[in-house]
Design a protein around this ligand. Structure first.
Ligand SMILES: *[C@@H]1O[C@H](CO)[C@@H](O)[C@H](O)[C@H]1NC(C)=O
Length: 367
């Protein structure tokens, strides 16, 4: 046999074994990704000026909630299963309530003084002084796989997001690569004790927030670079429309500020490598079939970004740490008393930045 023939045989053998490996091991059934928005922001790296709170004791604090009524007590949930809080008067941290597990994500206050917690693996929880109650772990008879963020309305109804029906929190990146919009907005009714589906087919359902007058709710769709508005009152009740779209990142948690505007954490899931993988469903399938390769590709996406958005959905300003030098992968941002607080799934602290350090007016989007 000629050397060229040998080479050809080896190449065919390699392709066949790759095809067999992918056929046997690929955990996803991908569809094409949505094209990312064309608009680009000039990096300002303003987030690099932040201060680190609780550094070393907070393992990947995903969400942050500031209790204004308690003078700014700051709450977060960490990967060791604790709800932790910081007292504003002396800056000391306290392990406040133990829930357990590694999947504690969104936290939100309840009118009765308890805390609502989304446990990605267990569902919607109510955490009280001496007990943890599962409010909803199933909907329509099926397990909730990825409870993500919650908000309570003044009548006691709790809206919460379920990011994906296909993959849980530990496998969120597979769900992202697969790109099937299976996320949902769920609604827990305390009167019946049951959860129901308010919206489905969401493209990775994530943060939820209410407008000041509770006329509408916002739910973010990370993989669609947008947040939706669901009307709860008025003649458009139960209709949806885009609240803000073409965001320069994938929206994660959203929190309302005292003036009625919103802060949205924007995960940065772009890199030349990731963009390349996302171009074809075949490359997605190949990468998803090799866990080590998947981790390498995931790690190429760096940076942190947050956006301040008006009550009408206009982007007011964007702050970033474009290469993730000080903070990476911000998943939550809350404003309280002139400061911003940041949660992150790649940090061991909560970030704090005074808005006095941030210019008020910024250049808008440049295409
Ligand atoms: C900080 O303040 C809180 C609330 O006032 C108090 O319970 C706690 O003991 C204080 N911690 C320290 C270390 O002073």
């Amino acid at each position: 046999m000629a050397p060229g023939g040998l080479f050809g045989t080896a190449a065919v053998a390699a392709v066949v074994s790759l095809a067999v490996h992918v056929a046997l091991n690929c955990p996803i059934q991908p569809v094409p990704s949505r094209p990312p928005p064309a608009a680009r922001y000039t990096p300002n790296n303003l987030l690099q000026g932040l201060e680190k709170l609780g550094e070393g004791r907070l393992i990947k604090p995903e969400d942050v909630y500031v209790d204004a009524a308690a003078g700014g007590t700051l709450y977060t949930a960490t990967r060791d299963g604790w709800l932790q809080r910081m007292h504003p008067n002396n800056g000391s941290w306290e392990q406040w309530r133990f829930v357990g597990g590694t999947g504690l994500l969104g936290i939100a206050p309840s009118a009765d003084g308890s805390m609502l917690v989304c446990d990605a693996d267990k569902g919607l929880l109510r955490v009280e002084e001496d007990r943890v109650t599962i409010l909803a772990s199933t909907v329509d008879g099926a397990q909730i796989r990825f409870a993500d963020a919650a908000i309570e309305t003044s009548d006691g109804t709790v809206y919460f997001s379920d990011a994906s029906t296909r993959f849980g929190f530990d496998e969120w990146f597979l769900g992202y690569l697969e790109s099937r919009p299976t996320g949902r907005l769920l609604k827990y009714d305390p009167r019946t004790g049951k959860a129901s589906v308010a919206l489905d087919n969401l493209d990775f359902a994530n943060g939820v927030a209410l407008s000041r007058d509770e006329a509408f709710l916002i739910v973010c769709e990370s993989a669609a670079y947008r947040c939706l508005k669901l009307w709860l009152k008025g003649d458009k009740t139960f209709q949806t429309e885009t609240f803000v779209g073409d965001l320069p990142g994938s929206p994660d948690n959203i929190h309302r500020a005292a003036d009625g505007s919103f802060w949205i954490a924007l995960i940065q899931l772009r890199s030349p490598w990731l963009d390349l993988v996302n171009r074809w469903t075949l490359t997605k399938r190949i990468v998803a079939s090799f866990p080590a390769l998947l981790d390498r590709i995931k790690a190429t996406a760096k940076g942190a970004m947050v956006a301040h958005v008006s009550e009408d959905g206009e982007i007011i300003r964007v702050l970033d740490d474009s290469q993730g030098k000080v903070i990476n992968f911000i998943t939550s941002v809350s404003e309280f008393d002139g400061d911003l607080y940041f949660g992150s799934l790649s940090a061991n602290f909560v970030g704090k930045l005074s808005l006095a350090k941030v210019p008020q007016v910024q250049e808008a989007v440049s295409s």
